[in-house]
Design a protein around this ligand. Sequence first.
Ligand code: ASP
Length: 423
Amino acid sequence: MSEKKSKSPPKRPWGVFIAILLAIAFGTIAGDKIEIFGVRIFSILDFFGILFLNALTLVVVPLVMSSIIVGISRIGGEEGFKRLGIKMFSFYIGTTLLAILIGLFFVNLIGPGFQITNIPSSQDASAITKELKSDSASLMVVLLSIVPSNIIHALSQGNMLGLIFFSGFFGYCISKIEEHNRATLKNFFLGLFQVMIQFTQVIMKFLPIGVFCLVAKVFMTTGLESLASVALFTLTVLLGLIGFMFVGLPLLLKTIGKVKPMRLFKAMSPALITAFSTSSSSATLPVTIDCVEKRAGVSNRICSLVVPLGTSINMSGSALYECVAAMFVAQAYGIDLSYTKQFLIVILALITSMGVAGIPSASLVAVLVILKAIGLPLEGIALFIAVDRILDMCRTTVNVFSDSCCAVLVAKSEGEKNILTTE
Ligand code: ASP
């Protein structure tokens, strides 16, 4: 591939770590009422935070489209295409199941819901559940969105699965046409891909400012005391996510991939920070692709498929959260769940997480679907909704790291030699 080597994001983003710490301290101390010259600081941070998020989201559609078209047009005619697909899905399902089981282990061990004495009544929470239900998409709707009837409409709606399907199909058909037309189209989309990567790298220069605005905003409105009110639930989710991200995935990287996990953490740090501050794996996608290719050394052939698809269906952190949340509600309401029901929660968390969009708080809808399917009170969601946003920052980081692990593992299994050699 004749790709010009472009500069990757900064190697040691200490500035961004400092921005996160300052944002947490500032947001918690200042609260959302503080003003400067009569203007609420919250509104200023909100403005710049949204600007940063918009800039990242702007890149997503052309980047994903060009990346998949280039990737599939190269391998569409290859023998190994099917093998690659099987490997990808095995890693997605395997890692997500592992995440859910780790969550299930901690929620049974700690039993956070047994400590809750003040359970919400259906009136308390009907507004929240109504709002979420009106947004919720059934599994049928998610499946139908894979094949959109109008691609322009699908793109304007940010329908990732539709975009992936269309681009994959387009790339596959490119691999079947006459040589000179194939070369023209491939060069065009390769050029578009490189332009979008340049775009991403310019936006990343504003990462510390974007991170500060987004994180401070969350802590201005949420505050640490809300975490304390459901401290055990927060602890359970965090232990599960930490166990999966720092023990489970590194073990897979070491044993199956034969790579040093620390190198992947370093390589992915800009993407992990972006995921943490935006709570959106979709908005983080341009940075994830950039890090997986330029810093972790995975080829465009693998990255262009595994990462965008993973961003849509490999939601390991979200699946873990859904399982813990459903178990937490059952414990809080004193509903004893049999092993069969717990098994059902595991399967439902696996399936619903695949339909969760890569946007903030998308998992809440999936939790409602699970609660309903198991026959648990929907209003139980009110127990932890106040801490959802902060935990969302953490699970989104895990979702993004899990995608990068899948890309590395698939690339290694395909015999790629340049993975994590320099970071
Ligand atoms: N915010 C998550 C993501 O973008 C989805 C969720 O769990 O709510 O990956």
